[in-house]
Write a protein that binds this ligand. Structure first.
Ligand SMILES: Cc1ncc(COP(=O)(O)O)c(C=O)c1O
Length: 508
C-alpha cells in the first residue's frame, strides 16, 4: 500500500556487495543522488509540518500496513534509499499518535518544532559520541546547562552540576542515586504525595530502596502535598528524600515548593529536597507563571523535561544537582584502560568535562545541538508566551465547561495547562450513576480519538471517577480550537447517548 509515491531512479552504493575482495563503505558512489534524496525528504517534511491541520489528529494503522511491517524480512542486501524512504513515508509518517498536531492534548507530550527537526539532521550527520572529551558538543552542553541553571535559579557556576538525559524518569533515578550517596550507610525514606508520577516508584525499585521506604502523603483540597501531614510523618531516625511536584501529571497541581524548601532547609543534613518539574519547571520562561513555582530554585535536585513544554524534539530531559561534587562522585568510575585520559588530544585529563561521570550512560547521543538551536531560534520570551497561551486556553476551556454545566462537569481545579472533565447525563431514577458515566466517558474518549477529532487522555479521579484529561503543551493550538472541540464533544456525546445500544445498556 502506497499513500504517497513518486517515480524513482537511483544509483546505488559504491560497491558490488557480491565481490568479497572489493572494499565496501556506506557512502554513496553518487553524492548528488543522496543530496537529491535529502532535498526531497526536506521538502516532504516541511509540507508534512505545514499541512498538519488538514489531517486527522490520529488514525489507526490499517491491518495491511501492519502486515507489511510484520512481514518485512531481514534485509540482507542493499536496496535503493529512495525506495526505503518511499516505504517509510507510506508505512510510518501517517500513523503517529499525533502529538505534533494542533489538536493533540493527550498525556504530556511536546509538539516539537521545525528548527528542532533540522537540528536532529545536523546531530545525526555529526553523529558524535558525547560522553566527553575535547569537542564542541561538550562545550555546547556545558553552556546549555548553564542557561538552564540560570532559568531555574540555580547557581550557574561549577559548584552545581547537570546533565542532559532522555527524560525525567532517568533524571529521577540520578537524583535518588546522588541523595543516597550523600546519606550513605543510613536509611533513606522517600516522601511524596499520592499525586506523584510513577517514575519515582520505579526509581525506588531499581535502586533497591524498597517500597517500604516510600511514604505516600495525602494531598489537600488543591491536590498539593499536605505539608503538615508530611512534617508529622517524617521519621527523625532516618534521612528523607522529599519530593515536590511542579505540575502533577493528573491535574497540573503545583506543590507548595516554598514550604517544602523551608522544611528541608531546617534539617539540611537529613533532608534532601527534590523537585519533579517534568511538566512545569520550564514555565519559569514566563514571568507571569514563574511565581507559581517559587521555591523550586532551592531544590537539591531538579528533574525536568525539555521535550514537553520547551518543544525540543524527543528525547530531552535534564537533571540539575546543587552539589556538583557529590553528583560526580556518585557516578564517576576510575577510567578503564581503554578510556585512559592523556596529556592532550581528544581525552585530556585536565580541563575537559566527561558527562559519562554524571549519569548512567557512557555512549551518549548529542542533545545539546537541538537544545541550542531551539532555544536560540525562538528565545525564552516566546516560549513564555506560548506557555501563557496554553494556560489561558486551558482556563478558557474550563470556563466553557462550567458554562455548559448541564452537559459537562469540571472534575478538578485548573491551575496550569490541564483540564479534567466529563460528560454527564441525568437519569430520573435513583440508581448510582457512576458506572454508567464512567462507561459513557470512556467510550466518548475513544471516539474522540478514533474520529480523528483530537487526542485527550484518561485520568481516574479519586478511586473510581473516570475523567477526560486535556493537557495543552502545544504551540500550534489556538484559542478557537477550544470552542470547536467543545461543540464536537457535546455533539459526539449526544450521538453516543442516543445509540440504542447505550440506551438498552443503561436504561437512561
Ligand atoms: C510529573 C511528571 N514526572 C515525570 C514524568 C516522566 O517523564 P519522562 O516521560 O520524560 O521520563 C512525567 C511524564 O509525563 C510527568 O508528567
Amino acid at each position: 500500500m502506497r499513500l504517497w509515491s513518486f517515480r524513482i531512479e537511483f544509483s546505488c552504493f559504491s560497491s558490488n556487495d557480491n565481490d568479497p575482495k572489493e572494499e565496501v563503505s556506506l557512502d554513496p558512489l553518487d553524492w548528488n543522488d543522496t543530496r537529491y534524496l535529502g532535498h526531497q525528504i526536506m521538502d516532504d517534511m516541511m509540507d508534512y509540518l505545514r499541512d498538519l491541520r488538514q489531517r486527522p489528529t490520529w488514525r489507526p494503522i490499517p491491518p495491511e500496513v501492519k502486515e507489511i511491517i510484520a512481514t518485512s524480512a531481514l534485509p540482507l542486501h542493499s536496496q535503493s534509499p529512495w525506495e526505503v524512504y518511499d516505504e517509510i513515508r507510506s508505512i510510518a509518517l501517517p500513523y503517529v499518535v499525533g502529538n505534533i498536531h494542533p489538536h493533540y492534548w493527550g498525556y504530556v507530550q511536546g509538539s516539537g518544532s521545525p528548527i528542532g527537526a533540522l537540528a536532529e539532521f545536523i546531530t545525526g550527520t555529526m553523529n558524535t559520541m558525547s560522553w566527553g572529551g575535547h569537542q564542541a558538543s561538550i562545550y555546547l552542553e556545558r553552556q546549555v546547562l548553564s542557561w538552564l541553571k540560570e532559568l531555574m535559579g540555580f547557581p550557574t557556576d561549577e559548584t552545581s552540576s547537570g546533565v542532559l538525559v532522555s527524560g525525567t524518569s532517568v533524571a529521577t533515578i540520578i537524583a535518588l542515586a546522588v541523595a543516597r550517596n550523600k546519606f550513605h550507610n543510613r536509611t533513606m525514606k522517600i516522601y511524596c504525595s499520592n499525586e506523584v508520577h510513577s517514575c519515582l516508584a520505579r526509581a525506588v525499585d531499581l535502586l533497591g530502596i524498597t517500597r517500604t521506604n516510600l511514604i505516600v502523603i495525602p494531598t489537600n483540597s488543591q491536590r498539593q502535598i499536605d505539608v503538615e501531614a508530611l512534617k508529622a510523618s517524617i521519621d527523625s531516625n532516618s534521612c528523607g528524600f522529599i519530593v515536590g511536584t511542579a505540575g502533577t501529571v493528573g491535574t497540573g497541581a503545583i506543590d507548595d515548593l516554598e514550604g517544602l524548601a523551608d522544611l528541608c532547609a531546617s534539617h539540611p543534613e537529613n533532608l534532601w529536597f527534590h523537585v519533579d518539574g517534568a511538566i512545569g519547571a520550564v514555565a519559569r520562561c514566563s514571568t507571569r507563571l514563574r511565581p507559581l513555582f517559587t521555591g523550586l530554585e532551592r531544590a537539591d535536585s531538579l528533574a525536568f523535561d525539555l521535550h514537553k513544554w520547551l518543544f525540543v524534539p524527543y528525547e530531552c530531559g535534564c537533571i540539575l544537582i546543587r552539589d556538583g561534587q557529590l553528583h560526580r562522585s556518585t557516578f564517576a568510575q576510575p577510567p578503564a584502560s581503554y578510556l585512559t585520559l592523556l596529556d592532550g588530544g581528544i581525552t585530556p585529563s585536565h580541563g575537559e568535562l566527561y558527562f559519562s561521570d554524571y549519569g548512567l550512560e557512557l555512549s551518549r547521543n548529542t542533545k545539546a545541538i537541538k537544545v541550542w538551536m531551539t532555544l536560540k531560534t525562538y528565545g525564552i520570551e516566546r516560549f513564555g508566551r506560548i506557555m501563557e497561551q496554553n494556560v489561558d486556553q486551558a482556563l478558557y476551556f474550563a470556563r466553557l465547561i462550567e458554562q455548559n454545566s448541564n452537559e459537562l462537569e469540571l472534575m478538578a481545579k485548573t491551575t496550569l495547562n490541564i483540564v479534567c472533565f466529563r460528560y454527564i447525563v441525568h437519569r430520573s431514577n435513583s440508581i448510582d450513576q457512576q458506572p454508567m458515566l464512567n462507561e459513557l466517558n470512556k467510550r466518548l474518549l475513544v471516539l474522540i480519538q478514533e474520529r480523528g477529532i483530537a487526542v485527550v487522555s484518561p485520568f481516574v479521579i479519586g478511586t473510581n471517577t473516570f475523567a477526560l484529561r486535556m493537557c495543552i503543551t502545544n504551540h500550534r493550538t489556538k484559542l478557537s480550537d477550544m470552542d470547536t472541540f467543545l461543540q464536537r464533544v457535546i455533539k459526539l456525546a449526544c450521538e453516543l447517548v442516543n445509540t440504542s445500544e447505550f440506551i438498552m445498556l443503561n436504561k437512561i
